[in-house]
Design a protein around this ligand. Structure first.
Ligand SMILES: Nc1nc2c(ncn2[C@@H]2O[C@H](COP(=O)(O)OP(=O)(O)O)[C@@H](O)[C@H]2O)c(=O)[nH]1
Ligand SMILES: [Mg+2]
Length: 343
């Protein structure tokens, strides 16, 4: 009796310790680490400096390779600008003043001409505010809407943005507003898990506005900072897509949240074609920024100039691939250098 007492005591103590440890582990699991993290993904991503295709390189080389500026120089530059998809208007707006400056002998060597062209291209893009608009003064959550045609890269970009915002310490709730196909919800769910966000989904074919409305309500109740709302580029019924997007926006703001960013996602490889579709969205949905996707491997990077000149909307983010890190803040100076680089 006397000798078994300490043994029972020991066993009991061991049980208490193991149980206690289990409770602590469980509690840790339930409570994820606090969201404030010191190193934002955004900066890491920008540092990667992934280069764009240098689509003007050929023309730049051949202009520089001649001893003087002649008709062929102008033809080379014009053709290259058009192939890069800057659009006829922008190509003319860039080259006409340069022709005048050459005539006036302000510019006399091919090297001066290329430098002047690069400076003019940069100055068209610098000075624009390209920050994503997050308003800390509003009561409810910020809402960012993704719009654009089917396949442009809305869902993928939303996932990448989510990762960056979570890394900035924000609590993100995704709203699966693309109810056109069940697979769209699945795809977004995967991005939610990958990026550390939560998600609200509706049934396939349900009203996108109500899914987004529910998400905003939930985000407000649970003190989320940001609702990232995906939308469909197509609809299951005959409703006009633009009308539907207007409704999404209206309904999203019925509750406590505010739409502070409407991002139009444009696939760079669609060039001038994509631009005319983009115009429809811009007219209908108060777009505040463009996400230009698939710039990796696209020879149409010049579309940035056409977008900003003709739509008057800043390109805020650029997609350079399919993984989570492949979304960078648009940097005009680097971009123009990369477009013209001959090395
Ligand atoms: N190479 C490349 N592929 C991309 C990029 N962004 C999206 N994609 C791919 O484009 C396809 C369509 O994207 P998705 O996000 O589903 O388009 P959505 O229909 O607008 O939602 C997917 O295969 C994506 O992986 C990008 O920046 N670069
Ligand atoms: Mg999608």
């Amino acid at each position: 009796m006397n000798s078994s007492f300490p043994l029972i005591f020991l066993i009991l103590a061991a049980v208490v310790v193991v149980f206690g440890f289990g409770v602590v582990v469980q509690a840790r699991r339930k409570k994820p680490t606090p969201v404030m993290k010191p190193a934002p993904v955004v900066e890491v991503v920008v540092e990667k400096k992934r280069s764009f295709k240098n689509v003007l390189a050929g023309a730049v080389s051949s202009v520089l390779g001649r001893g003087e500026i002649n008709d062929t120089s102008w033809d080379d530059l014009e053709e290259a600008l058009l192939r890069a998809d800057v659009g006829v208007k922008v190509a003319q707006a860039l080259l006409e003043p340069l022709r005048a400056r050459v005539k006036a002998k302000e510019i006399s060597t091919p090297a001066e001409l290329i430098t002047a062209l690069q400076n003019d291209m940069s100055s068209r893009l610098v000075g624009t505010n390209r920050e994503l608009n997050f308003d800390t003064t509003i009561d409810g959550p910020n809402i960012w809407l993704m719009v654009g045609v089917n396949g442009a890269g809305k869902t993928t970009s939303l996932g990448k943005i989510s990762a960056q915002q979570v890394a900035l310490g924000r609590k993100v709730l995704m709203a699966a507003g693309d109810t056109f196909r069940a697979a769209a919800g699945e795809q977004l769910q995967t991005w939610a898990e990958r990026s550390g966000a939560e998600i609200i989904r509706g049934a396939e074919g349900s009203d996108p506005s109500s899914v987004i409305f529910d998400a905003v309500q939930a985000a407000n109740a649970r003190k989320f900072d940001l609702v990232l709302a995906d939308t469909a580029g197509r609809l299951q019924n005959n409703t006009n897509l633009m009308e539907e997007l207007r409704k999404v926006r209206r309904v999203a703001e019925k509750g406590a949240g505010t739409v502070t960013e409407t991002l139009l996602v444009i696939d760079a490889t669609t060039g001038q074609n994509g631009l005319s579709q983009a115009r429809l969205f811009a007219d209908a949905t108060q777009v505040t920024g463009v996400v230009l996707t698939k710039l990796d491997g696209s020879s149409k990077g010049g579309i940035v100039f056409a977008i900003e000149t003709e739509l008057g909307i800043p390109v805020k983010l650029v997609g350079l691939g399919e993984t989570m890190e492949d979304l960078v803040a648009f940097n005009p100076t680097e971009f123009v250098e990369a477009l013209c680089s001959t090395t």
